[in-house]
Design a protein around this ligand. Structure first.
Ligand code: PLP
Length: 397
């Protein structure tokens, strides 16, 4: 087989996602789809807001000449100018359209900036537990991932981060609201990071869940608090359009290397094969950049699930944002516990898949009724695990 060793190894390491997918298929066959409670996938289950669909119809009907061709690799200048005005209004920083690069979601933005920054062997710090794709994005560009544990509240630990920084450290990826923990980082953490991050290191603030914040809280403005930060933004979750692949990278003009970095990222967008972000979706976000789904939809499901789990005896604090909850597993072995859940038809991702054992990630992107119907299964799994019953066989074998 001509498949590269590195991609084969990476696929092996990403096996949790594949395993859950395979187990889900098998369980649906055996039990019937209505008896499977799949909390493993983070795919928005709400329709895009009506103004987004209306804007899509408008954009398609506009019938502008040459609207489907190539464009500058950074995106349509008028759309970038609109986004920049928005960013400037929000942050008070003097963004112009030149500082914004339209990308294929946050994933595209992160890959582009890593491609622009990394030489082979350069290091990128990520905070555990973390979105597992970061490892592959970093390795895509020859970088080396450096894991740093967060504290017991899943907040970044500034001392540990300081100790992990070396002359090879090029970036630190931050993600708040966080996947998988649902935690929103405290404002003083960003202030502390501002003291730590010095040239050539940059913070990449990955914020696809920024509008998904609960209980009326506000998210700190990372671009204002951390001088040496860039923003990877996406409308995947904000507008529930994850399949459309639209986002941007914002590079603040006060960075000493802003000009060369912009050029390098624009070139990277081209040579990574993205070329440019989708023309139709750029036009759309240029018209309704601030439309977001009703976050109350996920908040109500968070309350239902966390409150029910806590009443049973789980440690399941309410998440502050994103669409995940990250309860402690009742027994320390998270992989064993998710097998107790699988025996009840419940699919959850073990914390070890995100670099932190002893927890599990449950996604709120499933119907409320499915959450309600899953609750007796969560209770039985908890009792069986605490009674010391034999761990059920692995459903994927
Ligand atoms: C933390 C985090 N970053 C980035 C992404 C990629 O998002 P996008 O669809 O914007 O590329 C995801 C997707 O789930 C995510 O959870």
């Amino acid at each position: 087989m001509g498949i590269s060793k590195s991609i084969s190894e990476q696929m092996e390491r990403s096996s949790w996602i594949r395993r859950m997918f395979e187990i889900g298929i098998q369980m649906r066959k055996e039990r019937g789809a209505e008896n499977v409670f799949d909390f493993s996938l983070g795919n928005p289950d709400v329709e895009p807001p009506a103004p987004v669909i209306a804007a899509l119809r408008r954009v398609v009907a506009e019938d502008r000449p040459a609207s489907h061709g190539y464009m500058p690799n950074a995106g349509f200048p008028d759309v970038r100018a609109t986004i920049a005005r928005n960013l400037a209004g929000r942050t008070g920083l003097p963004f112009t359209g030149d500082d914004v690069l339209m990308t294929t979601g946050a994933a595209g933005a992160i890959n582009v900036v890593l491609k622009a920054l990394l030489d082979p062997g350069d290091e990128v710090i990520v905070l555990t537990p973390y979105f597992p794709e970061y490892r592959f994005y970093i390795e895509n560009h020859g970088g080396r991932i450096v894991d740093v544990e967060t504290d017991e509240r899943f907040q970044p630990d500034l001392d540990r981060i300081a100790r992990a920084i070396t002359p090879r450290t090029k970036a630190l990826i931050l993600n708040s609201p966080n996947n998988p923990t649902g935690v929103v980082y405290d404002e003083q953490i960003f202030r502390g990071l501002d003291d730590l991050v010095r040239e050539p290191m940059l913070v990449i603030s990955d914020e696809p869940y920024r509008p998904l914040i609960f209980d009326g809280a506000r998210h700190p403005e990372v671009l204002c608090l951390v001088q040496r930060s860039v923003l990877a933004w996406s409308w995947s979750k904000a507008m529930a359009i994850a399949g459309e692949r639209i986002g941007y990278l914002a590079i603040p003009p006060h960075l000493a290397e802003a000009g060369p970095l912009r050029n390098a990222c624009t070139f990277a967008n081209r040579i990574l094969g993205y070329i440019n972000a989708s023309a139709i979706w750029q036009r759309l976000v240029g018209q309704v950049p601030n439309e977001t789904i009703d976050v109350g939809f996920y908040q109500a499901k968070r309350d239902l699930l966390c409150d029910a789990l806590c009443a049973m005896g789980y440690r399941a604090p309410r998440s502050q944002g994103s669409f995940y909850v990250f309860p402690k597993t009742p027994i320390p072995d998270d992989q064993a516990f998710i097998r107790f859940l699988q025996a009840e038809g419940i699919l959850a991702v073990p914390g070890c898949g995100f670099g932190r054992g002893g927890y599990m990630r449950l996604s709120l992107t499933i119907p409320t009724d499915t959450i309600r119907r899953s609750l007796p299964g969560f209770e039985r799994a908890l009792r069986r695990a605490l009674d010391g019953q034999l761990v059920p066989p692995d459903a994927s074998r």
